[in-house]
Write a protein that binds this ligand. Sequence first.
Ligand SMILES: [Fe+2]
Length: 449
Amino acid sequence: MPADLRGCPTGSDVPAARAAAEQALWRMMSFYDVPLADLDAAAAHDPGWALPHVMKAGFLASLTEPAVLAEATAALATARTLTRDAPAREQRHLDAVQQVLDGRWQAACRTWDELLLEHPTDALALQWAHLWDFYRGDSPQLRQRPARALPAWAEGDPLRPLVMGLYAFGLEENNLYAQAEDAAREALALDPRGPWAVHAVAHVMEMQGRHEEGGVWLRQHQAAWAEGNGFACHLWWHKALFRLEALDTAGVLRLIDTHLSGAALQITLNRVDAASMLWRLHLLGEDVSALAAAVADGWDTAEAACGYYAFNDVHHVLALLAAGRVAAAEAWTARCATRALDAEDARRSNHPMSREVGLPLMRALIAHARGAHDEAAAALYAVRGTAQRFGGSHAQRDLIDLSLLAAAARGSRRDIGRALINERRLAKPVTPLTRHWIEQMGTSELAYS
Ligand SMILES: [Fe+2]
């Protein structure tokens, strides 16, 4: 049985096909360009090999972009015609991607987990399980899954620094900041082309209130992520987040203008970042309605997109509300609710995400936009403790706390405002952004030195 560079059984004995698939794998893990041309080359070199088609389907599905799901489904159907001689490992990958396409993300992660127990150096399983652990909000697995595999990796493997980047981000999402930063810096010392490791350190600095240092960090590594890399948009978002922490709203708007608007927004995940940042500015009283309207207008609102993934759905509501379109936000929420209650669709992982987090959150944000600040504060406070279930990072979900601070400041729930500020000032130094919310609460007891 042929094997890949790490000894994992593979269905092709054509060296050129395996080399092209390896290059595609590197692209998927490093985000340098998309892997589709390499996968087409792999399929052309070995037309009987199923895995390149499975990889294409899984890559497309990983974008959380319903518009490309038909293409992903077609690629998987092609793969299914080619599996007669495929090793069990590649058939299991096909099964996992099918589970993803069926919306059964947890089942897919279990399938990859079984694969990794047998093949801890299966980079494809590690990468995909990590992404869907992230989408499912499974923080423990973000750390534990790469930890279970890393010791099996050879020191010189060119993909090992990228696996270390996965591990570093998992450590960060489990609040192990010093270990996360060490792992990411070690990964980048081995290979500086590791945006996921750069990203892990950016998250550490965000969580620790090191916003000045964070801006410097991203600038130092800009050559490794800003050009030709699919992760650029998100790292520009992180750069904007550091400026926001310093209350440099003009700086944030400059970054939005250059990197988080217009043609820079290619897919929904890019629009999620743009909406997230515009919402934060909106909460600070900035008029971003025109920018938010442009983001909302670019959103895929087709039937298949509505209720596909609660995390994305909420961000569409943020764009609509920042644009002043409250009725449109209500209509979108009602459409998402209909799908979340659709019994035929009930095995989709998004169902509980929508019911438990997405819908309550959207309704709370709409209440805030309607001026029902106390109702919004109570509802946001109720959902924040379980919001990790709809995925994203701590830094992304901080939009809930920021919304809650705004609702507490504009309504009468100073008790909630005080509680949240207490959390923030123990988690990190009092930054200009935190000081702003202290001042907005308007009570002397919050005037910390
Ligand atoms: Fe991030």
